[in-house]
Unconditional design. Structure first.
Length: 211
């Protein structure tokens, strides 16, 4: 925005750093006995990737430079950073937990021709990655909200539809009760759950996380 150009760089730095101090107060960086524990405990409360970076800086300031984070701690810290980046609380979180980044909105727009037949949904997946599930919200409103709580009913439908293919996903049987009297909106999208590895890594790989 135009008014931001008038703000000195020092003020911008304060705006960026200030939230990190409130994060630090939640978990008290002075309780851990070493750098590794400090980072692992601190990143649990951090809500964004920027907050994770702020926690690491705070912990490095608390402990001597000679302290080193072990490989296991680094991997855990990286996982926490990726979870925040993707808006997920854990590696197997629901697709509805994925934040509404532009990449996610664009992926949802590429799901065309949604039809509900019995307890199945049929649609065209025009994304460059296979779809393993979607969230479908039913509402009497004429517009689609990004907040699941705004809907009268929300259903998660799973299966697999390949890239640029038309296919079906399996839904709970109750979904058929809403198809005649409610409008429907796709409010969540997810890739297939990987056979090995973490769900968050697959979400990140297909481009549904913050860039």
């Amino acid at each position: 925005m135009k008014f931001m150009k008038r703000i000195p760089l020092v003020m911008l730095a304060m705006l960026v750093i200030a939230p990190s101090f409130s994060v630090a107060q939640w978990w008290n960086p002075f309780e851990p006995k070493n750098l590794e524990d400090c980072i692992l405990e601190g990143t649990k409360a951090a809500k964004t990737s920027e907050a994770v970076d702020a926690v690491i800086m705070a912990c490095e300031g608390k402990f001597p430079p000679k302290s080193r984070v072990t490989a296991s701690a680094l991997s855990k810290v990286e996982l926490q950073r990726k979870l925040k980046k993707c808006g997920l609380e854990d590696g197997v979180a629901s697709m509805l937990a994925i934040k509404n980044f532009d990449s996610r909105r664009q992926a949802i727009r590429k799901l065309k021709g949604l039809q509900v037949v019995g307890n199945k949904v049929w649609l065209q997946n025009s994304n460059a990655f296979p779809v393993g599930g979607i969230g479908v919200g039913f509402t009497t409103s004429k517009s689609c909200s990004e907040n699941p709580s705004d809907y009268d009913a929300v259903f998660i439908c799973w299966g697999s539809i390949g890239s640029n293919l038309y296919g079906e996903l399996q839904c709970p049987t109750e979904i058929d009760r809403f198809t005649r009297t409610y409008g429907r909106c796709v409010i969540g999208i997810a890739p297939p759950v990987p056979k090995s590895g973490l769900y968050v890594e697959e979400v990140d790989k297909v481009g549904l996380c913050e860039r």
